[in-house]
Write a protein that binds this ligand. Sequence first.
Ligand code: ATP
Ligand code: MG
Length: 445
Amino acid sequence: MRLSRFFLPVLREDPKEAEIVSHRLMLRTGMIRQEAAGIYSWLPLGFRVLKKIEAIVRREMDRAGALEMLMPTLQPAELWQRSGRYDDYGKEMLRISDRHERDLLYGPTNEEMVTDIVARFVQSYKQLPLNLYHIQWKFRDEIRPRFGVMRGREFLMKDAYSFDLTREDGEHAYNRMFVAYLRTYAAMGLKAIPMRAETGPIGGNLSHEFLILADTGESQVYFDAAFHEKDWRSFSIDYDDRAAVAKVVEEFTTMYAATEEMHDAARFEQEVPEERRVSGRGIEVGHIFFFGDKYTKPLGAKVLGPDGREVYLQSGSYGIGVSRLAGAIIEASHDDAGIIWPQPVAPFDVGVINLRQGDAACDAACEKLHTELENAGVEVLYDDTADRAGEKFTRMDLIGLPWQVIIGPRGLKEGVAEVKRRADGARENVPLEQVAEWLRQRLQA
Ligand code: ATP
Ligand code: MG
């Protein structure tokens, strides 16, 4: 992609309305634009990141056996009257009526709708287990939308729903999602600590929130520093192996970790040696619940069990804040110069900087590399603008692509390009004809 043909409306000044770094950087780099309080357009750079996050979430959900579908953003009020939540939800729910004066709402979540679908089509235990998910926009009329996409009113969520015959099967479904969440966040370069959570208005009795650490997080968290030593990446898992899945859950839930609401200071001191007690701020990037028959009962989702008796299904729900993650990743990964994208979610892998646009040799070398990288399947943004070198450096650091290739007359004389790693600024001269392969190898690693 040539920058001259891309749409990257970078702001020169820091936007005044942004209180936290991710909001500031998302606005500055032209990732998003606010349309109304808590409602955003995703401009091309931001949308590329959103798609990458979504793809990782989808891959890990699919691996864990969940089935993707798509439910609408608008829902009939009647479904929510049946579960009793139409009135409970209060002002956070955006209520709409159509031309026939039928009551609708913009979905804040989908327990009712998915349970109704299951009630209609699942009659036998032989159709279980079932886990259905979608990645869809939600609306919650938050009292105080703020921090950009972190607390929006319209936001993108992945929500999965499990349905099982027995409590044990339901717990296994819950555990599968727990492990899938660990893998999902790790694949984005994040450590999201699972913390026992209150079940809140959704209800039920088993629940964990996943939080990443960041000074600007809205939750106060307390945990055992041993979490930092855990291996979050390299465990492979057979999701059908109940004991193995339960073992991972056990491993990640025996260490102390709690949000303010669940924190027990006495237990913390008793269980965790002083030098390992950590407290700080965290951002909730996911939340899982197991709630038994709380929704299946009012919505009539029941099956005939193997013994011929009718039973209500055991269900759970599992959310990931897809659009919030775009901001949360920036909170966790930036420096004074701008964003530092973890490669799996970066909008492009590599930025090519032409130090002297218009110089025949520089232009030719950049063009050639640009084509080579695109052919090798590397996502590249080539800064082919006539801007001064200083401006190009600043902008490239700001948008935070993992690698930069800098091509100028001096290097060209020696047949090299300078390659810079954004994360630590490490630089290396690489022979021009090897740059594409050199990068390809590092991107695969
Ligand atoms: P919070 O406590 O942050 O208000 P919640 O507990 O109400 O969130 P859930 O119903 O658990 O949210 O939704 C699942 C996930 O969706 C959350 O873990 C969070 O990552 C994301 N999310 C919830 N509300 C918002 C919002 N207003 N803007 C962006 N993402 C959100
Ligand atoms: Mg929550």
